[in-house]
Design a protein around this ligand. Sequence first.
Ligand SMILES: NC(=O)c1ccc[n+]([C@@H]2O[C@H](COP(=O)([O-])OP(=O)(O)OC[C@H]3O[C@@H](n4cnc5c(N)ncnc54)[C@H](O)[C@@H]3O)[C@@H](O)[C@H]2O)c1
Length: 329
Amino acid sequence: MKSIMITGVAGLIGSRIADWLLKNQPQYEIIGIDNLSGGYKENIPDKVIFYNLDVASEDLKKVFEKHDVVYVYHLAAYAAEGLSPFIRKYNYNNNLIATANVVNECVRFGVKRLIFTSSLAVYGYGNPPFSEIDQPKPIDPYGVAKYACEMDIQIAGEQHQLDWCIIRPHNVYGINQNIWDKYRNVLGIWMYQKLNNQPFTIFGDGKQMRAFSYIDDCLEGFWKAAVDGNASREIINLGGIKETSVLEAAEILKEVVGGSDIQFLEGRHEVKYAYPTHQKSVDVLSYVEKTELKIGLSKMWEWAKVQPVRNQFKWDSYELDQGIYQYWK
Ligand SMILES: NC(=O)c1ccc[n+]([C@@H]2O[C@H](COP(=O)([O-])OP(=O)(O)OC[C@H]3O[C@@H](n4cnc5c(N)ncnc54)[C@H](O)[C@@H]3O)[C@@H](O)[C@H]2O)c1
């Protein structure tokens, strides 16, 4: 049986792609790789053949030896963009060096296409709306790692004929998101705060503009990224098409969860206006925005309320303390 491998299968996007593929493309077996550093075993659908493995490990090769892997979704990463300057080495080891291992095995075993989740972080301050033809200029180590991975994958495409599609998702949210990590994904952080009787926290004035993406709306696009000829060797922004300020998003979530106070915190080093063009995702991946933010948040909140009580994840120590914000000390 032919297999599709998903690295990061215990996370939000990976677990939901796995679920979609099992339902819609049952002719494939789904191989899931995850070291459970940022995702949960409970997210992984039962039918996934799961390997608890670091993607940087030499053992990855053994998984390729055992299965006939035709497509690889490489999603495993630690996506805490704002924290990445304080865990620089970890960021590069986990997000860049580990990707080199995945690229090696994709080339060695002749996979038909590697689908890599980059990020809108590659654009840096840019000139919004960010277009795929813009010159990337990331402003933090997370964005640098993603951009380096993109370039490395393209080089493997040129030199080793590896077919690829690079997706740049942005502010994805929905069922199976990690809401217990204090460093990432604002909507999940707010849900955790509500569940723990804390105010919603906002860095700076809340006027940052983002386009939030409901995961369910992206799943078919992820499939096309693997199999559609027009997606071959293309870089594509994928996700929500409506810009919303962080403060507006907080107000919408307040309505969904039945109210909350908002606490404004010291601003941080981040891009203020980060939203992309979306025409290419419509043309190539048939992206359709079906779920408005309030509806998507309502569904995620219903799920969040019945999740196990877990402690919030906090790094014991950072690689660098210089310049770290008060709220992360
Ligand atoms: N969610 C977003 O808004 C968003 C936006 C842009 C890009 N992305 C990218 O999409 C991908 C998936 O994001 P997500 O939101 O599902 O994140 P997530 O944290 O929910 O999932 C990532 C998964 O990767 C696993 N992982 C991390 N490092 C690993 C390693 N070295 N070996 C094996 N497993 C490892 C984690 O345990 C986790 O289950 C990431 O590459 C992320 O950078 C996400």
